[in-house]
Design a protein around this ligand. Structure first.
Ligand code: ZN
Length: 80
């Protein structure tokens, strides 16, 4: 008797929780949970801006914690 694999079940549950995404410029990197702007992709690098004027240009992959909701976000490659 065939049973659904655990991988299939995970894929289905992920698809069901996916929220409708607002339209955003593709060079913006936004939090996957609350859509707060985390950085902007420029010339193949990510431009991160923090409070008090701290700014960073970093290469990929880049990970950052959302300052709004605390989610860890990851961008593996520049948006095209
Ligand atoms: Zn967030």
């Amino acid at each position: 008797m065939p049973t659904p694999s655990s991988a299939q079940r995970v894929a289905q549950s992920r698809a069901s929780v996916a929220a409708p995404q607002p339209t955003i410029p593709h060079n913006e990197w936004r939090c996957t949970r609350c859509y707060k702007l985390l950085g902007v992709c420029r010339d193949g690098r990510m431009h991160l801006r923090f409070t008090r004027g701290h700014e960073y240009l970093v290469g990929f992959p880049v990970q950052a914690t959302c300052r709004g909701c605390g989610s860890l976000n990851q961008a593996t490659a520049p948006a095209r």
